[in-house]
Design a protein around this ligand. Sequence first.
Ligand SMILES: C[C@H]1O[C@H](OP(=O)(O)OP(=O)(O)OC[C@H]2O[C@@H](n3cnc4c(=O)[nH]c(N)nc43)[C@H](O)[C@@H]2O)[C@@H](O)[C@@H](O)C1=O
Length: 325
Amino acid sequence: MSKKALIFGISGQDGSLLAAHLLKGGYAIHGTSRDKELGIFANLQRLGIRDRVALHSVDPADFGSVLRVISETTPDEIYNLASQSSVGLSFDQPIQTLESTIFSAHNIVDSVHRLKLSSRVYNACSSECFGNTDLPADEATPFSPRSPYGVGKAAAFWTVANYRDAYGLFACSGLLFNHDSPLRPQRFVTRKIVAGAADIAEKKTDSLRIGNLHISRDFGWAPEYVEAMAMMLRADAPEDFVIATGQTNTLESFVREAFSYFGLDWERHIDFDESLLRPIDLKCNSANPAKAKRILGWEAKLFMKDVVRLLADGELDYRAAKARL
Ligand SMILES: C[C@H]1O[C@H](OP(=O)(O)OP(=O)(O)OC[C@H]2O[C@@H](n3cnc4c(=O)[nH]c(N)nc43)[C@H](O)[C@@H]2O)[C@@H](O)[C@@H](O)C1=O
C-alpha cells in the first residue's frame, strides 16, 4: 500500500515541489487550499501534477476544518507549509501572519493528538526565528526573532516541540534558511532580481528598484530542501533540524551574479528605493547544518551561484513557454 501524505499549503513553492517529490516516491497526495474551487494551482500545473493530487478546501487557522481533513484522510505524513510566508508583508499584516502561522501548527498537532493518530508531522519553521546571527546558527542557538513573521514561527516551533514532549507525537520542525526555485513569486527578492535582470536584457526596462542590498543570507535550492523535509519524517526519532547550505553571501553578490548571467553590469541598472526598506531587517543570518548531515545524511549540493544560474535558466524557460501560448 502506498503511503499517504497531506500537505497543508500545497499551492506554494515548497508545497508543490514537495508534492512532486513524494509522488516520485509512490505516495498518494492530498493537499489543502483555502478554497479549492477558486485556487489557481499554477505551481502544480507548471510541474504537471495538478491532476495527481486530491485537493481539499481547508482554512488551517480553523480548528474544525483541520480536524475534519485529517480525520477523513488519515495520512501517514502531514506537512504544514501553510501560512503567510513573506517577512516583509508580516510588518503590514502582523495579526494575520501570527494567526495563520501559530494556529495552523497548533491545529495540526492538536488534531493528530485528539484523533489518536500515528501520523508524523513536519512543521515549516524558518531561520527568521534566530534573528541576526553572529556565529552560524545551529539547533541549540537561542531564538531572537526580529519580525512578526519570525515571532510567529518561533511560537509555532515551541507549540510543535511541546506536543512532541507532552503527548509523544512524531512531530518536528525544519529551521529552513532561504531557498528558491522558479516557482517563487517576485515578492521575494531573489526572483525579483532575476526577473528584473531578464527584463533589462530584453530592453523592457532599464532599471530595477531594490531596498537593502547590504544584507547577507544563506541561499539554497528549494527542490533539495523539500527532500530534507521528507527525510525528517523518515528518521528514527522526531527532531528539529537546521536546513541550509552553510555558506553566506551578500545580496549584492547575488545581484552581481544574476546581472552577469544576462551580460549586464548591475551597477548601471540598480536604483535604491527607500520605500522597500523594512522597519527592522536581518543584516546577516548564517547557518551550521551539520546535524542534518550527521543524522539525516542530507547536505546541500547547490550553492548561491548554482541557485542564480538555475533561477535564470528557469526564468528564460518560463518566458519562452509563455511566448508559445
Ligand atoms: C528564511 C526566510 O526566507 C525568506 O525571507 P526573507 O529573507 O525576508 O526574503 P526576501 O526575499 O523577502 O528578503 C531578503 C532580503 O532582501 C532584502 N531586500 C532588498 N530589496 C528587496 C526587495 O525589493 N524585495 C524584497 N522582498 N526584499 C528585498 C530584504 O530587506 C531582506 O533583507 C522567506 O522565504 C521566508 O518565508 C523565510 O522563512
